[in-house]
Design a protein around this ligand. Sequence first.
Ligand code: NAP
Length: 247
Amino acid sequence: MGALEGRTAMVTGASRGIGRAICLRLAAAGASIAGLDIELDQLAETGELVREKGTEFLSIEADVSSLQQMQKAVERTTERFGSLDVMVNNAGITRDNLLIRMSQEDWQKVISINLTGVFNGVKAVSRVMMRQKSGSIISISSVVGLVGNAGQANYAASKAGVIGLTKAAARELARREVRVNAVAPGYITTRMTERLPEESRKALRAQIPLQRLGEPEDVANAVLFLASDASRYLTGQVISVDGGMAM
Ligand code: NAP
């Protein structure tokens, strides 16, 4: 029997990259998945791959920066599956620029998806999980939220914010057996990093003790651990999956 047999997980930003890998990993452990993305048709492939693992997939179109849409998404999920045991706040974007050139619009856009989006996800599921007296909330931060990065003031602030939010929520929800943790990936091969020129990728590898970029599955494995009872005594923690970049 899989570690998540009979449980339900919601994953935001489920159509590609790390979000898709998380859906597949949790499905392989037996969880039914509610996959959420800003565009419904983008979710079709993830849905097919999840069903091949033998579990159910519910596609939900929602923008994480809207609390109302997130609340609706949670309602639909509990109506369909009867419970919501795992919430993975994964959706995120970048709008990079040096601080002196960064527009207020690019600052705001990143904060509203990467940080307010996580707030909305945590808030939308916490009532259900508190009532259940069980649940695991996992938010995807970044090594950049721990150590900063030139050209990513908005992104670094949003990802550091996710860590503070995780710790505050962990303290608030612990009494109801709801655990709240974060995963801080380093550089992972997805659309987000594919855009980098080879020269920059080379420079990146030089900063990574394990000397290679990570795969989405590396992040998904840490998420599975936090989602399952194997981590039942962990809350308010940040697990770095970064080849040793931040230590
Ligand atoms: P990605 O390939 O760009 O995927 C991001 C996903 O989020 C896409 O499915 C995207 O949908 C969705 N999304 C964007 N805005 C949304 C919104 N407002 N509401 C709902 N969904 C939205 O990115 P990734 O590399 O897999 O990153 C996943 C998470 O890991 C992000 O939080 C990212 O910051 C974090 N992370 C990534 C790395 C890395 O090296 N890749 C490192 C550290 C942390 P569309 O495709 O339809 O736009």
